[in-house]
Design a protein around this ligand. Structure first.
Ligand code: PXP
Length: 246
């Protein structure tokens, strides 16, 4: 069974739209866990546009599965992570104007700072994961840096998902193949392999069926459905879309 990490950033986006107290990401985390989520993910961005430091502190007290903190690989964020102490930290690239994370880390460009971040996180007892594009060079570089875990960026795959009822096109098959090959390569190199970004109830199954991928991180599509049907139901439906019947 592929595990599901639910990204609850957009619960905080809704709260921050009114700079109010509700909805509370901690309540969302509890409901997601009750519905079967295997982990809770939040992205603490430099601009604190949704999740705030206090949210991560309160989540640390309440999350009973695994808390995964997405963050930029900067010395300030690494220090903060050591203080907040999530179970896992996922290093992502961050551009201030972006609507959401745009691509994977380019490990080949600045390997020293990423290696330093991995070492500091692991020394603080936090498992480090690298969010990378499904490219052989990035997978190899992640293994060479001593990462224990990678999260493959499924954004291009998601963007190539055909609109029903179109048959799956070449671009979709090509992007899926890239994810499959990167997952196989990562596993061969001894990495734990996760994936995420842009996954939906419609396109999740071919990715969750890849045996090397242990866990998916999914946010926007679950929270969007939760706004209409409730979070517990939305999480259960995603688990069913990933793994078949309950
Ligand atoms: N994984 C990473 C590294 C991300 O940055 C995000 C978006 O915050 C996700 C997964 C989840 O993406 P989505 O919200 O599109 O499901």
């Amino acid at each position: 069974m592929t595990k599901l990490g639910v990204n609850i950033d957009h619960i905080a986006t809704l709260r921050q739209a009114r700079q109010a107290l509700e909805p509370d990401p901690v309540a969302a985390a509890i409901l997601a866990e009750l519905a079967g989520a295997d982990g809770i993910t939040v992205h603490l961005r430099a601009d604190r546009r949704h999740i705030r430091d206090g949210d991560v502190r309160r989540l640390r007290e309440t999350v009973t599965t695994r808390l995964n903190l997405e963050m930029a690989a900067t010395p300030e964020m690494v220090r903060l992570a050591a203080d907040l102490h999530p179970d896992q930290a996922t290093l992502v690239p961050e551009r201030p104007e972006e609507i959401t994370t745009e691509g994977g880390l380019d490990i080949l460009v600045n390997p020293e700072s990423i290696e330093a971040a991995i070492q500091e996180l692991e020394a603080a007892g936090i498992q480090a994961s690298l969010f990378i594009d499904p490219e052989p060079g990035q997978v190899d570089a992640a293994a060479d840096l001593g990462a224990s875990m990678i999260e493959l960026n499924t954004r291009a795959y998601s963007e190539a998902t055909p609109r029903s009822p179109d048959p799956a096109g070449d671009a979709f098959r090509r992007e899926l193949t890239k994810v499959i090959q990167a997952a196989e390569r990562g596993r061969k190199k001894g990495l734990k392999v996760l994936a995420g970004h842009g996954l939906t109830y419609r396109n999740v199954r071919p990715v969750s069926a890849i045996p090397e991928i242990e866990e998916l991180n999914i946010g926007h599509n679950i929270i969007a459905r939760a706004a209409l049907v409730g979070l517990e139901r939305a999480v259960r439906e995603m688990l069913r879309a990933m793994n078949g019947a309950d």
